[in-house]
Design a protein around this ligand. Structure first.
Ligand code: SF4
Length: 63
């Protein structure tokens, strides 16, 4: 499963990082979330939850 964050949509609310901090972190440089693909394996459900909670639909999941 591939997880990416569309930085053009992300508003940096931090909800994704709260749900799954091993995958999502707010980049201090731009204040927006980024996903660490290396940590997705085994955390797919949390990534999907983060995507469903994101208020602007910025988390893109590809199976
Ligand atoms: S939940 Fe969505 S808007 Fe909020 S920081 Fe994560 S990707 Fe950005």
């Amino acid at each position: 499963m591939k997880v990416t964050v569309d930085k053009t949509k992300c508003i940096g609310c931090g909800a994704c990082a709260s749900i799954e901090p091993a995958v999502f972190m707010i980049n201090p440089e731009d204040g927006k979330s980024q996903a660490d693909q290396n940590n997705v394996a085994g955390r797919e459900d949390a990534c999907k939850e983060a995507a469903s909670v994101c208020p602007v639909g910025a988390i893109v999941i590809e199976e």
